[in-house]
Every structure is written in C-alpha cells, then in structure tokens.
Write a protein that binds this ligand. Structure first.
Ligand code: NAP
Ligand code: GFB
Length: 332
C-alpha cells in the first residue's frame, strides 16, 4: 500500500501576524517534530496580492495553482476596537465573502481539511462566564464588533452544513486576542498591544505624552502569536472534529488594560508619564475564555510568559520599525 503523498498546506492570510508566526514555527522547529514540518510537506503562505479572496474566481485560481490538501484559513479583514466600531458593514461583508469563497472552493476541490479562524469576540456579550465552545450561538455579540463577530460565527454554521451535506472535515479555532512580531502597529486601526507599543515608542522618541485610550479597566486574555501558531499546527495534525476549539491562555491570565500599559512602559523603557483618555471607548468589559477543552485534548501546553513575549514583540518592532505596518500616521 503506497504511503499517502505529503501534505500541501495552504495558509490564507499567510503574510499577517498569525500567518507569519506559523511560518516562523514551521521553519524553526525540528523537521518531523510535533510542531515541525513533516518530510516532503509543502507550505504556502499566501497574501492578498496572490488573490483577493472576496472574489470567487481569484479564490478558485489560488486553489488551482497550489492544489492544497489542507488549508489553514486565516485571511480576513482584521482590526482593533476603534476600526471595528467604524466599519461594521465592511467587516461583515468582506469576511462573509472571504469565508464563503474559501470554503466553497475547498468543497469543489474536495480538500481534505480546512481550519478556519474565529475570535473570542464571537461569543455573546451577556452570558455566564467562562466562555466555552458550546456558547457561541447563545446570544448577541458585543455591539462594538457585531459585524465581524456575526461573519465569524457563520463559519461555524458553514462547517456544520458542509459536514452534514458532504461529509467535509472543516473545523475552526477560536483564538483570544493575539500579539507578536509582524502585527499591525497602526496607531488607530490596530489592536491594543501593538497600538500602545507604537504610541509608547513615539512618546519616548519625541518626548510626548503616552496616552492610553479608555479607562484602563477592561480585562483581556492575550496569546503570543508563536504559541498560537503551534496550536494551529497541533489542530492540523491531531484534531479532526467539526466542533471549534478555543485557543487561549488560561482564565487566570486575564489582565487589565492598565496592567498591559504598565508592562509596555517597562518593555519600552519609557520614563515619562502616561494618562488615560476616558473620552475613548472601552468596548467589551471582558470576554474570559476557558481553554479546558484544548488542554484536555493536547495533554497540556507550555505558554510563553507574557513579559517575555512582550519583550520579544517590542524588540522586533524597534528593530523592524521601517518595514513594520505602522500606518500613515506612524511614518509621519
Ligand atoms: P493580519 O495581520 O491583519 O493579516 C491578515 C491577513 O489576511 C494578511 O495576510 C492579508 O494579506 C490577508 N487578507 C486580508 N484581506 C484579504 C483578502 N481580501 N484576500 C486575501 N487575503 C486577505 O491579521 P491576523 O491578526 O494575523 O489575523 C489572522 C486571523 O486571526 C484572522 O482570521 C483574524 O480574524 C483572527 N484573529 C486575530 C486576532 C488578533 O488579535 N489579531 C484575534 C483573534 C482572531 P495582505 O498581507 O496581502 O494584506
Ligand atoms: O485590542 P482592542 O482594540 O480589541 O482593545 P477588543 C482592547 C481594549 O484596549 C479596549 C483599550 O478596552 C480599548 O479601549 N485600548 C487602550 C486600546 N488603548 C488602546 C489603543 O491604543 N488601541 C486599541 N485598539 N485599544 C477586538 C474586536 O476587541 O478584539 C475585534 O473588536 C477582534 O473584532 C479583536 O475580535 C481580537 O479586545 O476590545
């Protein structure tokens, strides 16, 4: 009996924060190891320049070009709280189109496996905590990002429909807030950690005040992109169920935005004062997610300590400032 031909793994959104983290892990972990590349395996990290996945024809062309056996589907319109609040329709429509095209092309090509990427903001805002995988559809998401949240929730519905009608092995991961090298550091559209790293860096460089948006009270869990990358590779190799899996640090790792700002001040070595602009939105107060299912299935996982992961991210940002995504304002 001939051995199955090596996998061809297509990572959509391969040039982003999470995509580049998977590339880093696959290229640095020993070949054949649990999180390493398998002998003969081919990995493709696609950008939007190779095909706009909002367009069905360009999506089919990408599958035709690479003939993937497996897909890690990361491509999406992504942004922090303030961008989500401004562009709810664009977040809904762009992500609906991207997800529908990627899953339908996988159906047409009978791709062996697709892992899509949701986010803990898909969960209902008013629900008993902690959040777990059974609570996705049990109430409306927070109003600050309902466009993105509903588009992402629908992927879970699509996966179940493709499984029931065609038997496809399409599943999804639900990461919590992610940070790391190659993130989007745009001052306005980014998530909190890259946004504050950039603001603190400029405050230190220009001797200007470091201003944190909101009250600093909201609580979040943050996963380092390199850890998340390993968890995606584990799902690719060892998880074959349509039900989603939360990929997150533990509930006890929840930190306040003020604690995050304090840690960034330390990591950037900023000596000045910083203030809170309470005229800006806090968004959802908290979204504590349980990682019990993940740790039970994986038999445990060692997460990178937050201060160490933050230092690595700040170091990457400072060393790559000129080529990092800093947005127009960042380069002024
Ligand atoms: P990111 O850094 O903004 O990268 C987005 C990726 O998607 C890029 O490679 C981009 O390509 C690609 N892309 C965007 N629009 C596209 C289109 N129309 N056609 C083809 N490709 C397109 O995002 P990320 O933070 O890595 O997010 C990856 C996944 O994780 C997303 O599904 C996101 O929803 C999810 N997630 C992120 C977080 C977080 O905190 N960042 C938390 C939970 C879940 P270009 O480089 O060519 O633009
Ligand atoms: O990371 P963030 O934009 O996303 O904001 P969410 C987290 C918290 O940080 C909010 C505060 O309470 C903000 O008020 N914050 C303080 C800042 N300073 C800043 C700053 O300079 N920039 C930003 N962005 N926030 C997103 C969802 O919600 O989570 C997305 O809108 C996605 O759809 C993402 O799911 C993972 O955690 O509030």
């Amino acid at each position: 009996m001939s051995s199955p031909s090596p996998n061809v793994v297509l990572v959509t959104g391969g040039t982003g924060l999470v995509g580049q983290a998977i590339k880093h892990v696959i290229e640095t972990e020993p070949e054949g190891s649990r999180f390493g590349k398998q002998p003969g395996e081919k990995w493709i990290f696609a950008s939007s320049k190779e095909g706009d996945l909002r367009d069905p024809a360009q999506t089919r062309a990408l599958y035709e070009k690479y003939q993937p056996t497996h897909v890690i589907h990361l491509a999406a319109l992504v942004g922090g709280l303030f961008k989500n609040m401004k562009y709810k329709m664009t977040f809904l429509r762009d992500n609906l189109l991207i997800n529908d095209n990627v899953l339908e092309a996988a159906h047409e090509k009978n791709t062996q496996k697709v892992i899509s990427c949701l986010s803990t903001c898909v969960f209902p805002d008013k629900v008993e905590y902690p959040l777990d995988e059974t609570k996705i559809h049990t109430g409306p998401p927070h109003q600050s990002n309902f466009g993105y949240a509903h588009a992402k929730r629908l992927v879970d519905v699509q996966n179940h429909a493709y499984k029931e009608q065609y038997g496809h092995n399409f599943t999804s991961a639900i990461p919590t807030n992610v940070f790391g090298p190659h993130d989007n550091f745009d001052l306005e559209d980014s998530h909190v950690i890259p946004g504050l790293i950039h603001k603190c860096y400029l405050a230190k460089k220009n001797g200007t005040p470091f201003i944190v948006a909101g009250t600093g009270k909201p609580l979040r869990q943050f996963i380092f992109s390199y850890d998340l990358a390993k968890l995606f590779i584990w799902m690719l190799r060892e998880y074959d169920d349509v039900e989603p899996v939360i990929l997150s640090v533990g509930e006890d790792e929840e930190v306040s935005i003020k604690e995050v700002a304090d840690a960034i001040v330390k990591a950037v070595d900023f000596k000045g004062d910083y203030t809170f602009d309470t005229t800006r939105a806090d968004g959802q107060f908290r979204k504590p997610a349980s990682n019990k299912k993940l740790l039970t299935l994986m038999g445990g996982f060692e997460f990178t300590p937050f201060p160490e992961a933050l230092d690595l991210t700040v170091k990457w940002f400072v060393e790559n400032y000129d080529k990092a995504r800093t947005g127009a304002a960042g380069k002024a």
